[in-house]
Each structure stands twice: as structure tokens, then as C-alpha cells.
Design a protein around this ligand. Structure first.
Ligand SMILES: Nc1nc2c(ncn2[C@@H]2O[C@H](COP(=O)(O)OP(=O)(O)O)[C@@H](O)[C@H]2O)c(=O)[nH]1
Ligand SMILES: [Mg+2]
Length: 313
């Protein structure tokens, strides 16, 4: 399943502008109904300068970057923030461009909003479990006691990330997720400028940037760091692709990311470092120089590995 990131922010902080910049969806924020509860969902490509170089080695007909799902909810409040419970990370956007911008104040407000949303979530669950626990079931009573402790933690304005001990697996809290702070404006990430550049064709945008890294790449890098992700590649002539994996995951996990059938039929996996492949100019040459390894299911994939999974179905 694709990685998912949710954008939160106060009204007019630039959430939808950032969403458009990330997803390059040409729809204008004006299309949003005023005060409406519209949620935008799109895919953001993850730029990786290694990918075109790997693709060139095999003359790939199609080059597909890795992507994350981006969710832009049109406000705060428990109900709307509840749309983000499935997300892997949260981008917190604050106004850094207007005359009375106060990024620190707004970040504090947002953190509190997330806390309040979790509080309501836990409280609702507690009400239900407490009612069921009246039957005297020991498991349910223990769960109710646990939820009471979580509620106390949130009442003390402490995020659940700092809760000592494991959380109920099905809880899906917001305040345990990595939070990436984005100050929107000239001093941070200029979402408006990025959205405008996203409308241009890539060559024009690159010329405008004049060698500077896109601010969106920085967002992605921070996301990768926060979630401790790595990238690996598959180098096919039909299609060369970049994929993401959590650091520490195995060749079998990588296979499952590509397709469940490939994981099911996994036999072994050929691995070449992307730089070796580019330097050798072909798989055959890399193999000849002893730079291609054969690995099994438990091989821990490294950032920049080019994988070729042998499988049978
Ligand atoms: N000057 C400036 N204006 C921005 C920036 N980001 C967003 N805006 C403007 O602020 C308004 C609200 O942006 P929008 O993305 O719809 O905010 P949202 O309510 O958080 O989704 C729009 O008019 C944007 O054009 C920015 O970085 N600089
Ligand atoms: Mg919006």
C-alpha cells in the first residue's frame, strides 16, 4: 500500500496550495466550496536523481518514480482530522507569508488540535468499552483502565507519542505520527511559488530554479528521514521504477511492494548497487565484474539497491 501523508493547517495557511504543488494537480483552490469540507487526495511523485540514470542503462521505455498519497483536509476539528488516522505522517503547514504571521503560535495551536482530536477519539472509545465492561469481562475492564490512562495523558496535554508502554493496536492515534513542520513563506517553503512552478513544464521549472533543489524535494527528504525510509529500484526495459521501503525491510518485503504474486513465488533476488550498474553500463558487465549478488528472502535491502526478483507463479 502506498505511503500516505496528511496535510494539516489552520485556514488559509496554504494547505491546498502545498497539495497542488506536491501533486501537480492543476485544480485551483477556488474550486473549493467556501467553508466546505472537501478533502483533496492525490499522488505526489518522489524525485530521485538516481532513477533516470538507472533507467538510461536499460533504455527503459517508461520511468516511474515512487509516490506518496497526499490528503488535504479543508480544516481542523476532530471530525476532519479523523480522516488522517490512516496516514503514516503529518505535514503541519503554518502561515509564514502574511503580515501577521506567527508560525510558532500556529504550530502550538495545531499540536493542540491534534491532541484534542485524539482526546475525543479515546473518550468515545472509552465510553463504549466502559459500557461493555459492565458485563464483568476482565479483558474489557483492563482495556477501559488503559483508555483512562491514555485520556489522562491527553488531558495533561501530552501527545500519545510519549505514552510509556504500548498502545492498543486498533487505536490509530494522530499524536503518535511523525509531524513535519512546514513554514509556508519566503523563509521556509514557498508553497505558492512551488504551485506555480508545478504548472510549468519540467525544463522551464528547472531553468527557473537555476540548479537549486526544489523546496518540495526538501519536504520529501524530511518525510523520508522522519519515517526512516529507503528507496530501491527495479530496472526493466519496459519500465524502470523507484520504490520505497522502511529501513530494515527485506528482499521479500520489497517483492511484496512490487506485487503480492512476486512475493508468493519468490525464489531469489539479484542485487546490484545503482552506482555500480550505472558505471558498468549493463547488468551483464556488472555480473562479469562480480558486482551482482544473489540474495534470498531475508536479505536486508539497502538504499539504492537495484533488485531483480526471480519468482515463479
Ligand atoms: N503570498 C503567499 N500567498 C500564499 C502562499 N501560500 C498560499 N497563499 C495564498 O493564501 C490563500 C490560501 O491558500 P490555501 O492553499 O487555499 O490555504 P488553505 O486554506 O490552508 O488550503 C490563497 O489565496 C493562496 O494563494 C504563499 O506561500 N505566499
Ligand atoms: Mg484548502
Amino acid at each position: 500500500m502506498a505511503l500516505e501523508v496528511g496535510i494539516v493547517g489552520l485556514p488559509n495557511s496554504g494547505k491546498t496550495t502545498l497539495f497542488r504543488a506536491l501533486t501537480r494537480a492543476g485544480q485551483s483552490p477556488g474550486a473549493q466550496s467556501p467553508g466546505g469540507s472537501r478533502t483533496n487526495v492525490g499522488m505526489a511523485a518522489i524525485t530521485d536523481e538516481r532513477l533516470p540514470r538507472v533507467a538510461a542503462v536499460v533504455s527503459a521505455r517508461k520511468v516511474t518514480p515512487a509516490a506518496v498519497r497526499v490528503v488535504d483536509v479543508s480544516g481542523t476539528g476532530a471530525a476532519l482530522l479523523g480522516n488522517l488516522r490512516q496516514c503514516d505522517a503529518i505535514l503541519a503547514v503554518v502561515d509564514g507569508f502574511s503580515a501577521n504571521a506567527s508560525p510558532e503560535r500556529d504550530l502550538a495551536t495545531l499540536r493542540l488540535e491534534l491532541l484534542v482530536a485524539d482526546r475525543e477519539h479515546v473518550e468515545r472509545r472509552l465510553e463504549r468499552v466502559a459500557k461493555q465492561a459492565k458485563s464483568g469481562d476482565a479483558g474489557l475492564r483492563a482495556e477501559a483502565a488503559e483508555l483512562e490512562r491514555l485520556l489522562a495523558q491527553l488531558d495533561a496535554e501530552q501527545p500519545l507519542a510519549t505514552y510509556p508502554g504500548p498502545l492498543p493496536g486498533e487505536l490509530e492515534p494522530l499524536t503518535t505520527k511523525p509531524l513535519i513542520e512546514i513554514v509556508n513563506g519566503p523563509g521556509g517553503i514557498d508553497a505558492k511559488l512551488e504551485a506555480e512552478l508545478a504548472e510549468l513544464d519540467p525544463d522551464e521549472a528547472a531553468a527557473f530554479r537555476d540548479g537549486e533543489e526544489s523546496a518540495l524535494d526538501e519536504v520529501v527528504h524530511r518525510l523520508f528521514a522522519a519515517l526512516d525510509l529507503i528507496s530501491f529500484f527495479t530496472a526493466g526495459e519496459q519500465e524502470t521504477r523507484a520504490w520505497t521501503l522502511a529501513r530494515g525491510e527485506t528482499a521479500l518485503d520489497a517483492a511484496a511492494t512490487i506485487h503480492t504474486d512476486i512475493a508468493r513465488g519468490f525464489i531469489r533476488c539479484e542485487v546490484i548497487r545503482w552506482g555500480d550498474l550505472v558505471e558498468c553500463g549493463s547488468r551483464a558487465e556488472a555480473a562479469k565484474r562480480g558486482l551482482q549478488r544473489l540474495e534470498g528472502k531475508t536479505y536486508v535491502v539497502e538504499d539504492g539497491d537495484v533488485l531483480n526478483v526471480r519468482f515463479n507463479v
